[in-house]
Design a protein around this ligand. Sequence first.
Ligand SMILES: CCCCCCCCCCCC(=O)SCCNC(=O)CCNC(=O)[C@H](O)C(C)(C)COP(=O)(O)OP(=O)(O)OC[C@H]1O[C@@H](n2cnc3c(N)ncnc32)[C@H](O)[C@@H]1OP(=O)(O)O
Length: 194
Amino acid sequence: MSGTSAALTPPAGAVAPVRHPDAPAPGELLGAHYEQCFGCGEAQPHGLRLQARAGEGISLTAEFTVQPAHQGAPGLAHGGVLATALDETLGSLNWLLRTVAVTGRLETDYVLPVPVGTVLHLEAEVTAVAGRKIYSRATGRIGGPDGPVAVRAQALFIEVKTEHFIDHGRPQEIRAAMSDPDPSRRERAFEVNP
Ligand SMILES: CCCCCCCCCCCC(=O)SCCNC(=O)CCNC(=O)[C@H](O)C(C)(C)COP(=O)(O)OP(=O)(O)OC[C@H]1O[C@@H](n2cnc3c(N)ncnc32)[C@H](O)[C@@H]1OP(=O)(O)O
């Protein structure tokens, strides 16, 4: 059984998303946007270390391997961890639009249990844009792109200004991210909630 709330149905005036001219080429790895990100950062020992790769249009694929630290029941991934993987994958789509946005709503269908050790293969696309609202969906499959569907999600991301993070984030992490000597890492750290 699955369903989508009215909040995730694009309104009549919604338009197709437009790929930014500087978006990474199809097949290119996006890389972590922030090393402390629980979804993709390399500095989080129990994080997902999800790796996303640009696709055609406003789509991408991503993978992460379910680790023992991600369990909810013996030998099975925690549902919140799977929602994190979907959130991270969907959030990464905004990099192809070069729009700074945060998750407003995320609806998840859990279709199959996901054992520890599984490589979860995710595919995601932006379906529509309406003003600041970005509508997207994702599917996660066990083992690879042709594996059985384990999870699905639909989401609404809301465009925000960079100040969103500076105004709301804890000062010590904001200061550390802003003082990164690498300008591209500085910029990307603020694409999402640090
Ligand atoms: C290399 C890789 C890089 C990038 C890689 C990135 C990967 C990161 C993935 C992780 C992403 C996250 O987890 S982000 C972290 C989790 N999310 C958050 O912390 C967000 C917390 N919430 C907020 O800060 C706020 O509620 C906002 C910014 C979402 C919205 O506040 P606002 O700016 O005041 O806007 P507001 O007027 O309320 O809403 C604007 C429009 O959106 C609608 N709207 C707002 N919230 C919702 C909602 N939950 N459900 C339905 N609709 C909503 C409103 O009805 C309105 O529609 P209308 O009246 O215009 O029609």
